[in-house]
Design a binder for this molecule. Structure first.
Ligand code: FES
Length: 116
């Protein structure tokens, strides 16, 4: 229920603890180790690092995976899309404000890149 194990499967964020092995056969999977090599994931990673959007960091891998999946779909997420993206992630440290600032920074950079 914490969301820390989130991976991206066929473009959608899924919690790997909920996913049986037979459910991933033949699917495209991305894990946090691949964020830096993904054009959107790299921007998300940079924004979270620059804004220090974490305290203990337990939740951050999963959140960055969900945010990367979201920003692949839209670089102008609505509040409802953000809420839907983050609702299965627990951050017990209370880093929520910094996390939201990092998401907005990443989205803004991706919009800038798209318009350049
Ligand atoms: Fe510690 Fe989110 S930064 S749980």
């Amino acid at each position: 229920n914490c969301g820390a194990c989130t991976v991206v499967m066929d473009g959608l964020a899924v919690q790997s603890c909920d996913m049986p092995m037979w459910g991933v056969a033949g699917r495209s999977l991305s894990t946090p180790e691949q964020l830096a090599g993904d054009p959107v994931g790299a921007v998300v990673l940079d924004a979270f690092l620059e804004l220090q959007a974490a305290q203990c960091g337990y939740c951050i891998n999963g959140i960055m995976m969900s945010v990367t999946a979201l920003l692949h779909r839209t670089t102008s997420p609505t509040p409802a899309q953000l809420q839907d993206t983050l609702h299965r992630h627990l951050c017990r440290c209370g880093a929520h404000a910094r996390i939201l600032r990092a998401i907005e920074a990443a989205a803004a950079r991706l919009r800038e890149e798209a318009s350049a």
